[in-house]
Design a protein around this ligand. Structure first.
Ligand SMILES: Cc1cc2nc3c(=O)[nH]c(=O)nc-3n(C[C@H](O)[C@H](O)[C@H](O)COP(=O)(O)OP(=O)(O)OC[C@H]3O[C@@H](n4cnc5c(N)ncnc54)[C@H](O)[C@@H]3O)c2cc1C
Length: 384
């Protein structure tokens, strides 16, 4: 194992939890992942097993079926999955991105109806913000929800929706007051079996092959107004608030994944020989490994600090943008340079490094592209 500055954010109970998550990942995820990659989706059974093992919705309070843990438990699940390159199961999207919207902004009825089965894996969830016309400029979304009596009538189209194939519920961002721009956006929980909701293609991606990503069409979909998540027309504010945690999820994954890639590369280059010695014995290789080790360590310490700030409720949108920019760019550099050290084998999808390289490319796009992070940071520092 690579030696890093000791981590101080986890307690003893977290370390016990990490061991049980690690065991689950080794026995239930690793042996099935390549099958799911071929099928383009993760089996429902895996979700139910994850629910049984207590790794879904671990930061959701016990009264709503969760484990009553904190974001550190979520981080452990994300890290243990990233450590083995398990990019398929969208557990963190379900547990740490969608569930918090229901918990924080949903009515008591919605919380009681949906969170317990989400924690057991009987109900899967997705979030639909991005549209074919664009995802960076969320305020320009075109999907509308028109109020008619006690119902919203939703019309529009979404794209790149993770987990849409398996999901039973989707939180759909739509305009309830189109003339008001960003101030007219609302979040509405839509059950997948509502008439008028249909899925388009299962999109063929260059990586994260086991994670399903789809188009979603909404044509006169009627849902009761009680399915509103949060305050009508304040959906954009809710999104911006929750995007900080969504981005932190990506940062945690990026660092753990980069650490794993470096370890695989050290192991490989210590065995592989050229010109009569191991690749790792060459100083050029050691310089590369040293640079990557340093980059990862700096990000590890920084992201741990961000996790701590998040636990204290002090992790702001600007911090999330900095953290994401730094960690996912680092992840991209590390995976590219590690792949190089595997030579031709690094390009073969049978090798974990090849799959991780392709999987990681999405980090710089999904959940807000890195240019959007720079835009947020730039605007903030110039204003100061
Ligand atoms: C694997 C994957 C899974 C995803 N899952 C989900 C999901 O579950 N739910 C969901 O709603 N969305 C999801 N997305 C969508 C994702 O959030 C969007 O792709 C992303 O927000 C960018 O939107 P876009 O693709 O429309 O690109 P565009 O908005 O068209 O942007 C194109 C390019 O222009 C750049 N750009 C845009 N604005 C600026 C600016 N102001 N300054 C400089 N450059 C700019 C962008 O950075 C990008 O490089 C997923 C995407 C991927 C790849």
């Amino acid at each position: 194992m690579i030696t890093m500055i000791p981590r101080t954010i986890f307690g003893e109970e977290h370390e016990i939890f990490r061991k049980s998550v690690g065991r689950f990942v080794e026995t239930e995820i690793v042996p099935n992942h390549s099958k799911w990659e071929k099928e383009g989706k993760v089996s429902r059974e895996a979700w139910l097993m994850a629910g049984k093992a207590g790794i879904l919705c671990c930061a959701i309070p016990e009264e709503y079926g969760g484990m009553g843990g904190d974001f550190l438990h979520s981080a452990i699940v994300i890290e243990e999955m990233a450590r083995v390159g398990a990019s398929g199961p969208a557990f963190s999207l379900h547990s740490d991105i969608v569930a918090p919207y229901i918990l924080k902004y949903g009515t008591e009825e919605l919380r009681r109806r949906w969170l317990p089965p989400m924690a057991t894996g009987e109900v899967l969830a997705a979030i639909a913000m991005t549209e074919p016309s664009g995802g960076s400029d969320l305020q320009a979304m075109r999907t509308t929800a028109k109020r008619e009596g006690d119902e919203y009538v939703i019309n529009g189209q979404k794209v790149f929706i993770t987990n849409a194939q398996g999901a039973d519920i989707l939180i759909v961002a739509c305009k309830t007051d189109p003339a008001a721009g960003g101030k007219g956006i609302s979040l509405i929980l839509v059950e997948k079996n509502r008439e008028g909701l249909s899925l388009g293609r299962l999109l063929d991606k260059i990586g994260s092959k086991a994670m399903d990503t789809s188009e979603v069409f909404l044509e006169n979909v009627r849902v009761p107004v009680t399915n509103l998540i949060g305050v009508e027309n304040q959906g954009f504010i809710h999104l911006m608030t929750e995007l900080a945690q969504e981005r932190l999820v990506q940062c945690v994954r990026a660092v753990a994944n980069a650490e794993a890639a470096l370890q695989w590369t050290i192991d490989y280059t210590t065995e592989r020989k050229a010109f009569g010695k191991t690749i790792a014995a060459m100083q050029a290789t050691q310089f590369t490994l040293a640079e990557l080790h340093a980059e990862i360590m700096v990000n590890r310490v920084f992201i741990d600090r961000c996790i701590q700030l998040h636990l204290e409720g002090k992790f702001e949108a600007i911090d999330a943008a900095v953290a994401k920019l730094s960690s996912v760019e680092m992840q991209g550099r590390v995976l590219d340079r590690c792949l190089q050290l595997f030579g031709g084998w690094g390009y073969m999808t049978e090798m974990p490094i090849a799959r991780a390289f392709a999987d990681a490319r999405q980090s710089r796009l999904a959940g807000g592209a890195i240019e959007v992070m720079k835009h947020i940071i730039g605007r903030s520092i110039v204003k100061r």
